[in-house]
Design a protein around this ligand. Sequence first.
Ligand code: NAP
Ligand code: ZN
Length: 348
Amino acid sequence: MNAVKSYAAKSADKPLEPYQLDRREPGDHDIEIKILYCGVCHSDIHTARNEWGGTMYPVVPGHEIVGKVTRTGSKVSKFKVGDTVGVGCFVDSCGHCRNCAEDNEQYCENGHSQTYNSLLQDKKTITYGGYSSHIVVTEKFVLSVSDKLPLEKVAPLLCAGITTYSPLKHWNVKKGDKLAVVGLGGLGHMAVKIAASMGAEVTVLSRSKSKEKDAQELGAHHFELTTDKENMKRLGNSFDFIIDTVSAEHDYNEYLALLRTNGVMVLLGVPPTPSDVAAFHLIGGRRSLVGSLVGGIKETQEMLDYCAEHNITSDVEMINIDQINEAYERTLAGDVHYRFVIDMASLN
Ligand code: NAP
Ligand code: ZN
């Protein structure tokens, strides 16, 4: 066991604070990583505050990790000490169910191991995430990161990037498709960049007028204010796809009405409370309401390589670890441009 520094939430209503964590010694197939940067995902906040239920305290969040390999187990073949690597939302899965066999570990039928607030495959060891100095991960779940791009801007690709890339690929979004992104935050701004790079005509649907200029700079072709109800009516039957990244309760029906015939609305955001959906919005226009969870390891590597090739990174605001609680408040207020990333050197 190795004691490492981290930041943890000890209960739902307390700020995160310094916490000493034990990491396992790297086993034969493990990689030990010194974490350089970790992005701050809204899922970290939902979990730290137990908004989805099931949080095991103390919880060390963080699943947008970039760092350097410091040690490798004797049977590791993919990586060597000094390599730049990434870890995303998962650190293991059963490896043999139908979904794992098809490289969809995120849908592991026997329960995947998430990077934090989850159990390893022994079903008893709790996982702790990237708000820490080091992490130990089995090599199959470690991603190779190009040194071509600024690493702090690459970190958010490990969750926000793959979570938006995966549905765009799965539903085959292509040149000329009219696609709307709801919510311009961490996931939303990556959805804009990646969908635009695939040739889609991108509209940002936001409640924040102040984000209009940014939306265009990020690559969106149009910006529409969702708080303007007349405007929303005018947008009826406009889009082939809607990527919904909103983290709080909102009316899905209002957005379903904006889809064209056969249009698809993909839920990525996970509001803590369920919402009603009126059947009429689906049957009138043969519309689909679907969801998507992050992406598999193979697809995450494909996304990292795609982003390196297309020069796509996240727009980030760097913070020190002791600013994490303030960053949570600003994220909740929609005041993030467009991902907070922790400089882990500040932990020492
Ligand atoms: P974020 O940076 O906070 O962005 C969420 C955006 O939603 C905000 O910037 C805001 O955009 C909009 N929004 C927030 N509250 C709203 C409200 N009350 N009404 C309407 N719009 C609101 O969060 P994120 O990190 O992108 O994560 C977004 C959601 O996706 C979270 O629920 C997170 O847990 C989830 N998530 C899902 C997956 C997955 O695999 N499906 C992966 C990662 C995260 P505007 O100001 O532009 O309106
Ligand atoms: Zn995330």
